[in-house]
Design a protein around this ligand. Structure first.
Ligand SMILES: [Fe+2]
Ligand SMILES: [Fe+2]
Length: 167
């Protein structure tokens, strides 16, 4: 594995790059989720963001565990896509909106983030399986499941009553 070469020669190299991207993305979310929780007006939405902050901290730890066991340095990379998603979310939060519309907008922003993560973890898990990194694959699966459950929960809140209330 040529971890410090700029060039991607193998799927192992690409796997390492994907993990670095996820690591940056998750660390950005650890910083962004407290703001989303404090901006949410609906108690169930607030609770969902608070729970997902804890999960996101665990997800960072899982990536670090993978990095240690495979000798991959996860630092030194910025996930620009997540920077954009977070910036857009912040813009929404800053807009003048009713509490009900703001809650709906927070869900819209958060679901974009979850879908991005679901895509990233689905790919990374597949690479891990393909490369024979069973332990990494199991850890990535665990995170993938949390992201999917979060997306489902947000969907249920939006479709259950939050979007209706914003009308
Ligand atoms: Fe995450
Ligand atoms: Fe997430």
């Amino acid at each position: 594995m040529s971890l410090f070469a700029g060039k991607l020669n193998t799927l192992d190299d690409l796997f390492a790059e994907q993990l670095k991207d996820l690591y940056s993305a998750e660390n950005q979310l650890v910083k962004a989720l407290p703001d989303m929780a404090s901006e949410a007006r609906d108690p169930r939405l607030k609770q969902a963001f608070q729970l997902h902050l804890q999960e996101t901290q665990d997800q960072v730890s899982r990536l670090e565990q993978i990095g240690r066991s495979l000798s991959i340095d996860l630092g030194g990379h910025t996930c620009k896509a997540m920077q954009g998603l977070v910036a857009e979310g912040k813009q929404t939060i800053g807009e003048d909106a009713t509490d009900e519309v703001k809650d709906a907008a927070l869900i819209a922003a958060a679901q974009r983030v979850e879908h991005y993560e679901i895509s990233g973890y689905g790919t990374a898990r597949h690479y891990a399986e393909r490369l024979g990194h069973a332990e990494a694959a199991a850890l990535l699966s665990q995170t993938l499941q949390e992201e999917q459950l979060t997306d489902t929960k947000l969907n249920d809140l939006a479709k259950g009553y939050i979007n209706q209330r914003a009308m």
